[in-house]
Design a protein around this ligand. Structure first.
Ligand SMILES: *[C@@H]1O[C@H](CO)[C@@H](O)[C@H](O)[C@H]1NC(C)=O
Ligand SMILES: *[C@@H]1O[C@H](CO)[C@@H](O)[C@H](O)[C@H]1NC(C)=O
Ligand SMILES: *[C@@H]1O[C@H](CO)[C@@H](O)[C@H](O)[C@H]1NC(C)=O
Ligand SMILES: *[C@@H]1O[C@H](CO)[C@@H](O)[C@H](O)[C@H]1NC(C)=O
Length: 305
């Protein structure tokens, strides 16, 4: 929280090029070993700093995390990591320790908040405890969609990757249903059991540290959802409606950033498989109870089937 407030303060002061450095911003070396979270940060000669993220987009896979981080990057007080870092969920990365993690972070100007997104964090059991040890004050963004839509989108992505690797095509009925019932062993299905994973996060972080973004709403009409994110992060309101324009060919909103226009990668709009209506209804019915439990956990309902 201190670093966060300090950041806002600097932002308000129109950020001098080199901050008078508190502990969190100083001494590029020696870097702390994993576990010593207090002073991780690398200061560069041009006044930028790589440091632990203030904000983590924790998921969910196929929820719209790329769109969210791109939209958040429209704000001048946000510096976003380019790649999915997979620090807390991949053992090989985690073993490299915090100095490695910090080096994956963006070059942030003084006063900017740093953000990374790794959609797999939400459903990886070890992540909340590990992240909490590193930064108990982290602001968490979780973008969710209708869980059935998310499963189909997850299936579509996996099928596409299998196709590229010349692996056998698995029809959706084969993975989704077992002995006439919804197949609980299907990993993509489990990833949509939002309450199971949320419970795990709430063992470590207070609900107030998590903001759930409505991914369906973000696609339909991004601006109001992005405003809610700005408010949650206590960023000065800066992103506005003119940052978004609808591309009729794509059927999606694209972004306008200081005159530069960009749309998300085409894979983000891949068509879903045709699913037999009885299977679709099985899924809707199946998710009814998990959804209810999730709404109860977060004290908010979503317009899901
Ligand atoms: C570092 O982690 C400890 C718990 O291991 C926590 O009590 C402390 O607040 C953390 N410090 C910072 C600056 O995040
Ligand atoms: C600052 O320096 C880093 C490291 O050399 C570089 O990658 C980055 O683009 C620079 N940023 C600015 C704003 O000059
Ligand atoms: C879903 O995944 C979680 C976390 O990996 C696990 O604890 C749970 O048992 C799984 N649930 C089902 C129904 O397979
Ligand atoms: C709109 O989308 C089409 C199709 O992807 C693309 O070719 C075009 O450049 C986009 N136009 C604008 C203004 O974003």
């Amino acid at each position: 929280m201190a670093a966060f407030l300090f950041g806002l303060l600097l932002f308000a002061m129109q950020s001098p090029p080199i901050p008078s450095t508190p502990a969190a911003y100083s001494s590029p070396s020696p870097l702390p070993p994993p576990g010593d979270n207090g002073s991780a940060g690398v200061v560069h000669p041009n006044g930028t700093v790589q440091r632990l993220p203030d904000i983590v987009i924790i998921g969910v896979r196929k929820g719209g995390t790329r769109a969210l981080i791109e939209m958040l990057s429209l704000h001048s007080a946000v510096a976003a990591a380019q790649n999915e870092v997979h620090f807390f969920d991949w053992e090989s990365h985690f073993q490299k320790g915090l100095p490695w993690y910090v080096r994956q972070m963006p070059y942030a100007l003084p006063g900017q908040l740093t953000v990374e997104k790794t959609p797999a964090y939400f459903t990886a059991g070890k992540v909340p405890g590990r992240l909490h040890r590193v930064n108990p004050d982290a602001k968490l963004l979780l973008i969710l969609r209708d869980p059935t839509e998310r499963v189909l989108s997850d299936y579509t992505q996996v099928s596409y990757n299998r196709l590229l690797k010349h692996k056998r095509h698995r029809p959706i009925e084969e993975v989704l249903v077992k002995d006439g019932e919804v197949n609980l062993d299907y990993k993509a299905l489990n990833r949509s059991l939002y309450h199971v994973h949320m419970q795990n996060w709430l063992r470590y972080f207070p609900l107030g540290s998590v903001h759930v973004v409505d991914g369906d709403a973000l696609i339909r009409d991004p601006f109001p959802e992005v405003q809610r994110v700005e408010r949650f992060l206590r960023l000065p309101p800066q992103i506005d409606a003119s940052n978004f324009y609808f591309n009729r060919t794509k059927g999606f909103y694209c972004l306008r950033d200081r005159g530069r226009e960009r749309c998300l990668h085409d894979s983000k709009g891949r068509a879903h498989p045709r699913v037999a209506p009885d299977i679709l209804h099985k899924l809707y019915r199946f998710f009814h109870e998990p959804n209810r439990k999730f709404f109860e956990l977060v004290g908010r309902t979503f317009d899901w089937n």
